[in-house]
Write a protein that binds this ligand. Structure first.
Ligand SMILES: [Zn+2]
Length: 860
């Protein structure tokens, strides 16, 4: 699954389920499933025939089921058919079928008729709506197949599936297999579509989609591919088809095992909780990360589409073909797909600087992993709440970063051979973390099992202290390792990781050493300071002396990823109070003219953080002056608007600079110009570059009046068939600073005009904007029950809770803590702790860096 650009999976109003692992007493082998959705009544009828093997004689069979109403249940074993009595246990989401005569060991067939509801909670078999009509679609991961059919709903119970759907004449039905028959009836006005039998797979990968989907067809390496959407958006599916065509072939070659699911459908779903979901042979997507206007889409949007496609298609092997035994190893699925996505995209579009996006992802992982409330990559989970909470940056971005580090250490081809061998060995089966790293170490002949294990089993992020000395013109680097915590006075147990540290000398040669002790010494050529994370591939933060940071900042041989790595490392030094903030601000001064948009973006985020949280009221004018003096001339040189067709990296730089100078720097000329550009864009979207457009709308909204606000709002209903443009206006609503407009946007977020999948995104955006922050937090507290109902505790709520980390005082931290003490939510418990720690981090930075900031400003 791909989280929604930082997201998650889902919930119903039902009481939280508790742990219920099934036993191995009955093991399924094959399901024959039939569904007849009634879109008007928002229900469905189902029939399931499950062939299984009974391992222990018994009078009953227990499997998973939630919100299903059972009709007749018949069980046949040993040549005898019996009618079963059904009891359900909603608390643990199971049903038990009991028969009078004991079932003997061996094959058993369970025939079940039942009814279910097409819910509005974006989980199981659920209802979606677009353009005034209804769709039935599905999202089973992690534990919601049981809402669509009675099932042994755990990843290790792999089985084959024969699926058929009876739907309205004129509607399309899509499932995991290709269509093998499509016949009218059995009822008037209906047709029944039967799909090819699937290979052995887990229940969470079943897909069901019904509605008037329109598809664009292609193929790759002999596999038919379709990109499907609601009919009004068919024009936007071309780019995804191009990307999928490349990626499928790329993986066939990479894995050395051909794509195993016969055909590949990729479907944009109007209401969708996650970013996308890797159902075998039928991948579902949130529309905004699948559909691109061929004329007016930014590289950022195209990159996201390509990355999410690459992620989900990688899962067809890593996840679908080979599946983790249990959810504690979800990192095997998600970390791998996250690592792999940039590999396929980089091969397809070498100019997209994908390496730097991967380095930015690593920072997301560090943000969580430097809190005391982080978790190990592999964490024990039992309940659906616990399972859903581990789909986080640790499973995704941290694991991906560790894999990237290990791949760089053993070399890409050696790593690929290990992966291919693992896939061949465990195909159509399940594997645990040990199976992966043992196979990788065997094939590569390197100790990477120790490395991976040290990151999977212990939590936290390594801090490498780099201290260099020089004797007789040769250098010696003392490398110390410890755990990095963002709040410096939080103590924790010592940690030692096994990791490759790649030291790059001033002659650009990198030397990789395995670091596995609390401190050790590495000899290097020459006496110039080394850069301790060559290519930014290591999952660690480097602690240099401030003098070394100054030398490295000025070194022209650092690559763009290394400059980003140096920037973010120094920011961690600022946050954890190891260096005075002036070291970072000097680095920001030196990098103000950098030509990589992502580096400007990284500076912007952090300068914004300083401006909003550390700079005192009486320092504000001087700090803004510094921003305008340093970044203003770079923007002037680039030009404020520029040619809408200009190269994307120029537009990306321009966008970052416009925000930093116009919003954080408070430059009224830039604000006025942004307003003019926004007016121009509203009447003629082609007049502003696609990459610059979102920033233009946001900067114009800062200080924008009601007239402008109303124009943004009026655009929304006209853009429902153009997701990218729609979300430019939608997200910009969060940026209006007038208190009355902030209240209007908050109220708007709860109306039916805003899809439940988008409410959390809007509130999160508002928590990022300083002028809206307190009002948004007050609103969240005030409307909490309604938010739980609309967003779902597995879905939008984690996003909203995470965004509370934007608050910054100890009083805020106490307020958040007190609120959740009164409104506990098991499904987001860890996220609440992490948000509180993030607030405390901010308060701590303010306390530690306030005086250093004052002296840095005084020296200007
Ligand atoms: Zn995924």
């Amino acid at each position: 699954m791909r989280r929604s650009l930082v997201f998650l999976a889902l919930l119903l109003a039902a009481a939280p389920a508790s742990a219920q692992r099934l036993t191995d007493a009955v093991v399924p082998e094959h399901y024959t499933l039939w569904f007849a959705p009634d879109l008007a009544k928002e229900t469905f009828r189902g029939r399931a025939t499950i062939r299984a093997v009974v391992a222990e004689r018994s009078n009953s069979i227990t499997l998973h089921s939630a919100e299903l109403q059972f009709g007749e249940v018949k069980i046949t074993s040993g040549g005898r058919t019996q009618i079963a009595r059904v009891t359900t246990n909603p608390q643990v989401e199971t049903a038990t079928f009991t028969v009078p005569q004991q079932l003997s060991e061996g094959p058993v067939t369970i025939e079940i008729t039942y009814n279910g509801i097409l819910n509005d909670k974006l989980r199981g078999f659920y209802l979606s709506e677009a353009n005034g009509r209804k769709y039935a679609v599905s999202q089973m991961e992690a534990t919601d197949a049981r809402r669509a059919f009675p099932s042994f709903d755990e990843p290790a119970f792999k089985a084959t599936f024969d699926i058929s759907l009876t739907v309205d004449r004129g509607d399309v039905a899509i499932s995991n297999g290709r269509v093998v028959s499509d016949t009218p009836g059995p009822e008037p006005g209906k047709h029944t579509v039967t799909f090819a039998r699937t290979p052995k797979m887990s229940s969470y990968l079943v897909a069901l989609l019904v509605g008037d989907f329109a598809c664009r067809e292609g193929s790759s390496d002999g596999i038919p591919i379709r990109i499907c959407s609601t009919p009004d958006k068919r024009e936007l599916t071309g780019f995804a088809l191009e990307a999928a065509t490349f990626v499928l072939k790329f993986y066939n070659d990479y894995f050395g095992v051909k794509y195993p699911f016969g055909k590949l459908d990729i479907i944009g779903v109007p209401d969708f909780a996650a970013g996308a979901m890797e159902n075998a042979g039928a991948i579902t997507f949130r529309e905004r990360v699948l559909l691109a206007d061929p004329k007016q889409s930014s590289i950022a949007t195209r990159k996201t589409i390509a990355a999410v496609l690459s992620h989900e298609i990688a899962h067809q092997w890593f996840g679908d073909l080979v599946t983790m035994k249990w959810w504690d190893d979800i990192w095997l699925n998600e970390g791998f797909a996250t690592w792999m996505e940039s590999k396929a995209v980089a091969a397809w579009q070498p100019d997209w600087q994908v390496d730097i996006d991967a380095a930015l992802d690593t920072q997301d992982a560090l943000a969580l992993d430097t809190t005391a409330s982080t978790r190990p990559v592999r964490t024990k989970v039992d309940t659906p709440e616990e399972i859903n909470e581990v789909f986080d940056s640790i499973a995704y971005e941290k694991t991906a970063a560790v894999l990237r580090m290990v791949e760089a250490y053993v070399g890409p081809e050696s790593f690929r051979k290990g992966v291919a061998s693992y896939i061949a060995k465990y195909g159509y089966r399940n594997a645990a973390g040990e199976d992966f790293w043992t196979e990788m170490a065997r094939v590569t002949g390197r100790p990477i099992d120790r490395m991976i294990r040290s990151f999977v089993d212990q939590d936290g992020a390594p801090l490498l202290t780099i201290r260099q000395s020089c004797v007789n013109r040769s250098g010696e680097v003392a490398v110390g390792q410890s755990r990095l915590l963002a709040i410096p006075d939080r103590s924790s147990e010592p940690r030692t990781w096994t990791l490759p540290a790649c030291l790059k000398t001033s002659d650009s040669k990198a030397r990789c050493e395995v670091i596995d002790k609390p401190s050790q010494t590495v000899a290097v050529n020459g006496c110039d300071p080394v850069f301790a994370n060559a290519d930014g591939r290591g999952y660690y933060v480097s602690d240099y002396t401030p003098e070394t940071v100054r030398v490295l900042t000025a070194r022209p041989s650092l690559s763009r990823v290394e400059r980003l790595s140096l920037t973010t490392d120094e920011w961690w030094m600022t946050l954890s109070a190891r260096h005075d903030i002036g070291v970072f601000l000097d680095l920001a001064t030196a990098f103000a003219g950098d030509d990589t948009p992502a580096i400007l973006g990284a500076l912007l985020t952090r300068i914004d953080y300083i401006a909003n949280n550390i700079v005192d009221r009486n320092q504000q004018a001087q700090f803004q002056q510094w921003i305008r003096n340093r970044f203003g001339p770079v923007l002037t040189q680039l030009g404020l608007s520029g040619d809408p067709q200009a190269a994307d990296y120029l537009q990306g730089r321009r966008a970052a600079l416009m925000e930093i100078v116009g919003v954080t720097g408070g430059d009224v000329t830039v604000q006025r110009r942004a307003r003019e550009l926004a007016d121009q864009y509203i009447s003629n979207p082609a007049s502003v570059g696609a990459t610059l457009a979102p920033t233009v709308l946001q900067v114009a909204a800062t200080g924008g009046d009601r007239a402008l606000y109303e124009r943004y709002r009026a655009k929304l209903p006209t853009l429902t068939s153009q997701p990218e443009e729609y979300y430019r206006y939608f997200n910009a609503l969060a940026w209006f600073t007038d208190p009355a407009l902030i209240q209007d946007t908050l109220a708007f977020s709860m109306t039916s005009a805003v899809r439940s999948q988008d409410t959390g995104t809007l509130l999160r955006e508002m928590m990022r904007v300083p002028s809206a922050r307190q009002a948004t937090w007050a609103f969240i507290k005030d409307r909490w029950p309604a938010l739980l109902e609309k967003l779902g505790v597995f879905q939008g709520i984690p996003r909203v809770v995470g965004s509370l980390g934007n608050l910054c005082t100890t009083a805020d931290a106490a307020d958040v803590r007190a609120f959740f003490a009164k409104h506990p939510e098991e499904a987001v418990e860890r996220r609440i702790q992490q948000a509180i720690e993030s607030i405390e981090t901010c308060a701590s930075v303010d306390a530690h860096q306030s005086a250093p900031l004052a002296s840095w400003l005084a020296a200007r």
